[in-house]
Design a protein. Structure first.
Lengths: 141, 632
């Protein structure tokens, strides 16, 4: 192969790889970037599509936490808009999950507007709190 | 005492400045001397911190905020770097340590080049010390001193996490010296075979601890967080993965520069980028610009300091690269189908994979600038990073046999047949208890393919059993690392496709069936430790022929006012039976039911053993005697 052919080959392979990667990444981002909602935002803009993975953040409303017969639980997420979102979750909640504390739940809404969480993120230590919540503003004190 | 430490750190800063000045002027002897003096001063400064923690001296603010008299002694010491300020002090110790080691070990017959490298390292040390002293000083006193400290985050009171930061920093900061070598090589316009021979052991010296540090962190997250997983594609995890990937690319491209003199510009670019990604990682972790499951207390101001450092240091290095790279000499011609081509392919894939991780990690920031709050999780990375890396793994056993310059392609069809056979084998047969779908079959085949490929390559080089022990260490290193990669892939694929997760609520005496196991809750008791108390569940798991006792705990640390999960893991040899205890729930008038998260994780140890083998392989290659001295 002459030098020019070689270079063309190289450029071709690199271009194919890059185009492939960009295509994959844009498809993946379109499908799998999870939008963040607060109860107030949902009241304002309506529920996100049923079955789409989203995250809902706010504070666990004091007095709303209920445990089921098995390992299931239900609670309300509130923010300073006064709106709430009902969340159900099966599993062990994080160590620092408590009423009145910040929480970010990842999961899906169903057609009826109920939110089932797949995972729950709470604080990792006493000084840290999920970043979205700082922006969402302090609701419960 | 702590004031003496503070003074020593300032002294280290002055010595580093002298090291930078004399080094950049080309004085190898003086620069080396000051590098060693600076290191000695910094070690003393760090020692005063250790001493304060060991003695629980709460008049030091850092100790008061992060320690407690009731804490076990080991964790008092480990508490020194279990916080931002102390970990930055450790960063400085390691960085200055690499400078001192360089002053001691560099013997390339190019004194001016070595002096410049030490000079650049001096600038990096100076920057990290400035950051330590101005933005995160650990040497602050409290007056009056409190009687008791606030305790270390209990999640960090763990053996794996006590040595995780030092390991990780040896890697991150190790790349600072590789960066310095690249900058010096570019200044001298001599990034050539001799340069690569000098720099290669240093690139490995950073890669090995970084690999082990990441593995330790992952193992900690696995058993301490109680989520049953080993990698969450969290920003903090990605922050350590990116320099590792670039480091892996560098490790391969530097071989080409060493053996053939080719890829000189590319290798020096990777050497610069590896450290830039380390700094980016520090920025992402410390600034809190991204939501992370691993984020601890963060400080945006410190974040902007780090970002500034990244932009200034990275920017000047890239500028230097842009000016000098066109003047570097290349090696002899090569075809795309040659060992050079193969390693270029490896590098392309690793850098593109790094770019997808970078995009996924930073995308939330980009979206935020556009007014949307989003997060990018595992599905994105499974769809981008995984297939791209699979390409490299597929090609590896085939192309590693290619010769320099021009490869013999006559046996290519045999390889293709071999791989297709492996896939068919796994998919059609399914192995043992694991019912595997096609994608997992391909994944497992890839893992076995890599291990067989590593063995085949060793055999191709040795040609007979008798010559195996005489093979150079770096060949052994390569074989181990590639086989380790195969083990890792098998473990990771089985984790993704073969893991079961069940949530249980049991009262004492009750049983449940999970993936062939019968799990019975015997009782739950209260126990007490040195600085915690806990509920401890006693479970008995049985399976025909096996019986296991599991004692997961839910601990509460009063000093830190927080609970933690202590998981119980039973290893069967082929899988982990993993149990985390949740909370006790008492229905009105009824008995207490305890919640459990139970996982069966097949062959998860393959993941960790695989990464350890990769690290071990790197270490063997580093100690290869042909790696030092002059190019023959």
């Amino acid at each position: 192969m002459r030098a020019r052919t070689k270079r063309l080959w190289g450029v071709g392979v690199v271009a194919a790889l890059l185009i492939g990667a960009v295509a994959l990444a844009s498809v993946a981002l379109r499908q799998h970037a999870d939008l963040f909602y607060t109860p107030g935002l949902i009241a304002e803009k309506g529920h996100p599509d049923a079955g789409k993975r989203v995250r809902v953040g706010g504070w666990v409303q004091t007095g709303s936490l209920e445990y089921g017969e098995a390992a299931d639980m239900a609670f309300l997420i509130e923010d300073n808009s006064g709106e709430t979102v009902a969340v159900s979750y099966t599993g062990i909640a994080p160590d620092l999950f408590r009423e009145g504390e910040g929480v970010v739940a990842t999961g899906r809404f169903d057609e009826a507007g109920n939110f089932t969480a797949e995972s729950i993120l709470a604080k990792h230590d006493e000084n840290y709190e999920p970043r979205e919540l700082k922006k969402a503003g302090q609701a419960s004190s | 005492m702590i004031e003496a430490g503070h003074f020593a750190a300032i002294l280290a800063l002055v010595f580093s400045a002298v090291q930078a000045f004399t080094g950049l002027r080309g004085n190898r002897g003086q620069s080396g001397l000051f590098a060693q003096l600076a290191f000695a001063a910094m070690v003393f400064a760090f020692f005063t911190l250790l001493w304060a923690f060991a003695r629980s001296d709460f008049s030091v603010q850092l100790v008061a905020a992060n320690s407690h008299t009731l804490k076990p002694f080991v964790y008092k010491l480990a508490g020194t770097w279990g916080n931002h300020e102390g970990s930055m002090a450790l960063w400085c110790v390691v960085g200055l340590g690499f400078g001192a080691a360089g002053a001691w070990l560099l013997k390339s017959d190019r004194p001016v080049f070595e002096a410049r490298a030490l000079g650049v390292q001096g600038i990096l040390s100076l920057s990290s010390l400035l950051y330590l002293l101005l933005a995160s000083s650990p040497f602050t006193r409290l007056d009056p001193a409190p009687l008791q400290g606030q305790g270390l985050n209990p999640l960090l009171q763990d053996p794996a996490l006590a040595i995780h930061p030092p390991m990780l920093y040896l890697g991150y900061v190790g790349y600072s010296f590789v960066f310095a070598l690249a900058a010096a090589g570019l200044i001298e316009k001599r990034v050539d075979r001799q340069w690569a021979k000098t720099a290669r052991p240093w690139a490995l010296a950073a890669f090995v601890p970084l690999s082990l540090g990441i593995a330790l962190g992952s193992y900690w997250a696995y058993y301490e967080l109680g989520w049953g997983g080993w990698w969450f594609w969290d920003p903090v995890e990605n922050a350590s993965l990116m320099p590792w990937l670039i480091g892996a690319a560098l490790m391969h491209s530097i071989i080409v520069t060493e053996k053939r003199g080719s890829f000189a510009a590319w290798t020096s670019l990777l050497a610069v980028l590896a450290f830039c990604f380390s700094l980016l990682g520090a920025f992402l972790v410390r600034s809190g610009v991204l939501t992370s499951v691993h984020a601890f207390a963060v400080d945006p101001l410190r974040g902007s300091f780090l970002l500034g450092g990244l932009l200034v240091l990275g920017g000047s290095a890239l500028l230097l690269f842009a000016l000098r790279a066109p003047k570097l000499k290349g090696g002899p011609d090569w075809l795309a189908t040659s060992r050079e081509g193969a390693l270029m392919g490896n590098n392309l894939i690793l850098t593109v994979a790094t770019a997808t991780v970078l995009l996924g990690t930073l995308f939330p920031l980009i979206a935020e600038a556009a007014g949307q709050t989003i997060s990018v999780g595992e599905p994105y990375f499974n769809l981008t990073f995984t297939p791209i890396m699979a390409l490299a793994l597929l090609a590896l056993p085939v192309v590693q046999a290619w010769a320099w310059g021009k490869a013999d392609l006559s046996s290519l069809w045999k390889w293709a047949g071999g791989f297709a056979g492996l896939v068919a084998l796994f998919w059609l047969a399914g192995i043992g208890p694991f019912d595997i779908p096609l994608m997992a079959g391909i994944g497992l085949a890839l893992g076995v393919w890599l291990i067989l490929g590593a063995g085949q390559e060793m055999w191709r080089r040795a040609k007979s059993l008798g010559r195996l022990p005489k093979m150079p260490l770096r060949v052994w290193g390569m074989t181990l690392a590639h086989a380790g990669l195969g083990l890792f892939v098998i473990g990771a694929v089985l984790q993704t496709s073969g893991r079961t997760q069940t949530t249980l609520a049991l009262e004492a005496g009750e049983s449940a069936n999970i993936a062939g196991w019968t799990v019975t809750l015997e009782d739950v008791r209260s126990i007490e430790g040195p600085n915690w108390y806990a509920d401890r569940a006693h479970l008995i798991a049985t399976k025909p022929g096996t019986k296991a006792e599991l004692n997961p705990q839910k601990r509460y640390y009063p000093a830190a006012r927080m609970p933690t999960t202590e998981t119980a893991i039973h290893k069967t040899g082929t899988a982990d039976l993993y149990v985390a205890l949740g909370d006790g729930r008492r229905a009105a008038g009824g008995p207490t039911r305890w919640t459990f998260e139970v996982f069966v994780n097949p062959l998860i140890d393959f993941i960790y053993v695989g990464v350890i083998l990769i690290g071990l392989g790197g270490a063997l290659a580093m100690f290869d005697r042909r790696g030092s001295g002059k190019v023959s």
